[in-house]
Design a protein around this ligand. Sequence first.
Ligand code: URA
Length: 214
Amino acid sequence: MSAEETLAQLAGKISVCTNCVLNETRKKSVPGDGPADAEIMFIGEGPGFHENEQGHPFVGAAGKFLDQLLAQAGVTRDEVFIGNVVKCRPPGNRDPLPEELAACDEYLEAQIQTINPSIIVTLGRFSMNKFIPGAKISTIHGQMRKVGERFVIPMFHPAAALHQAALKPSILADFANLPDQLNEARAALGRKAVVKKKESIAPKNEKPKQLSLF
Ligand code: URA
């Protein structure tokens, strides 16, 4: 099975999962979006209102800010994988409970193994705690460290930075460092950049029209 197929199969399992109570109130599960060969994986907390409606991660206000942050790092959504520690919305956007995090972890682990990213960026304390238990985000944000076979960079949650203006310069600076950190991670892991082939928009058997300069 290809990595794409494995991710699709996982998304199918997540959509009918009943491993925790969050399935009782979910409208749509949110398995995460992005290519199966993404070099960077962002892991947030859990779906909010809009994500639960649409089935996609970070599509509300925090998502708009995340788009700005990605631009700061010179990447677009279609180059990275964006997911969450829990795949179904905690009612009223409450914090996910330990048993919900534990129940959903097998899906996140399977996604990480399948995508095998060079870097995992944790957004907020719940995903940071999975990789760096007991750490304090205010002291280690933006710092890349090796955790197992890959690198982890803890960052503030975009929603936190939206609500606390004082965090905004830090999160912007942390995202601006990502390209250098990716190069560092690639070198340390002996990996090359994933070069994406640009899809031709010209119909098959038809040469792209040369635009006149005049
Ligand atoms: N906040 C998250 O942590 N994840 C989402 O998908 C949306 C908002």
